[in-house]
Design a protein around this ligand. Sequence first.
Ligand SMILES: C[S@@+](CC[C@H](N)C(=O)[O-])C[C@H]1O[C@@H](n2cnc3c(N)ncnc32)[C@H](O)[C@@H]1O
Length: 396
Amino acid sequence: MINNPNLISFIQQLEQALMNKHFVKLSLGNYKGAEDNLKNIYIKPVLIKKTEKLSFTYRYKTKDIAKNYDLDEGVSLIADYLQNGFRIATLFTSQEEIIGEYNNKYLFKVRSKALDKNLAANLSHDKEKKRKIAEKSNYLHALGLTDKDGNVFKNAQDKYKQINHFIDILQSLTKDLPDKSIEKVVDMGSGKGYLTFALYDYLKHNYNNAIDVKGVEFRKDLVDLCNQIAFETSFDGLKFTEGSIQDFDQAQIDLLIALHACDTATDDAIYKGIKSNANLIVVAPCCHKQIRRQIEKHKPDEHIQFLTQYGIFLERQAEMVTDGIRTLILEYFGYKTKVLEFVSDAHTPKNVLIIGIKKKDRDMKSKEGILQKIKEAKSFFGIEYHYLEKLLEFHH
Ligand SMILES: C[S@@+](CC[C@H](N)C(=O)[O-])C[C@H]1O[C@@H](n2cnc3c(N)ncnc32)[C@H](O)[C@@H]1O
């Protein structure tokens, strides 16, 4: 129940914008509430199974969490957040910017201004243009996820959700990058190409017309199938190449993805990304045998044997240690890292996404510190070497 008239008026303007389809985005900021490390919430409209929802991205100090809500639920959450910790809300409709803000005396004040013509045009253009994957896309039908009318098959719902979630994440990662910074994209271990097609479709329509996306895959049957579908759907800038990640050579890679490439194939992919100075590296690792074998062989510090003597614990340890060292190595090479949940762990335990975003300034001082952390982690867990270190030749 809101009893602040200005807040009521702000929320009504939000509801009005949603109703008239003028809503573009809303951000909540200047957080003074109790939740640790929460900084902002960014809210935008999304279409999920033909239903409009609000997608909330909760920005914490070191991670982002995305959640979707029905419109009513989303609006009441926004009202709630503005009464519990957030002190400013900026609402963009396709015509105006409306700011609701608490002043020093904790009075909620609302001000608005009409957008200048260019911004208004840009925002309404964005609104139309920023689509996720369209269910009616031919490639989804060709890949066997939808029928010819665009209805997603029952047994393809999970895959469809995963693709949408992946594109959501990519959208939040690429939205602040200039258009030209993502031209050459490589998907290492592209498999049947679901995510490669969706990524191409998304980038092509939302960011960059000259996009060039390559899938690298050692199964010839899958490469042929994907190239055939790319041809049939006129996805001219999308090509699939038969071969191994290790042998793939391309000087310019701006965005590198590798989703569920087995064991050290993820390291081979990260290596290629680092070597080509990619702006963005996004990997979802799968099986962590190399480090697991080393932990088993060299026996770690006796203090953590209670965590390594059981198969399941060892498996999870190996996963975290492998991926933890991967993030340290990315940081060493000048990447800011994030770790997110890729798909719900109800579907697969391999649900972690490691993201490296190239930083502009290299902090040389912290490099020594990172090396030290890697060294200590290896000694603690009884690891002789991490495969990615060997590839990058800085194993010590
Ligand atoms: C589990 S599938 C994942 C496919 C796709 N990335 C996805 O997430 O839907 C892994 C794919 O990577 C391919 N792969 C694994 N290691 C590879 C390597 N070293 N070089 C090329 N392809 C590889 C496999 O053939 C397989 O098709």
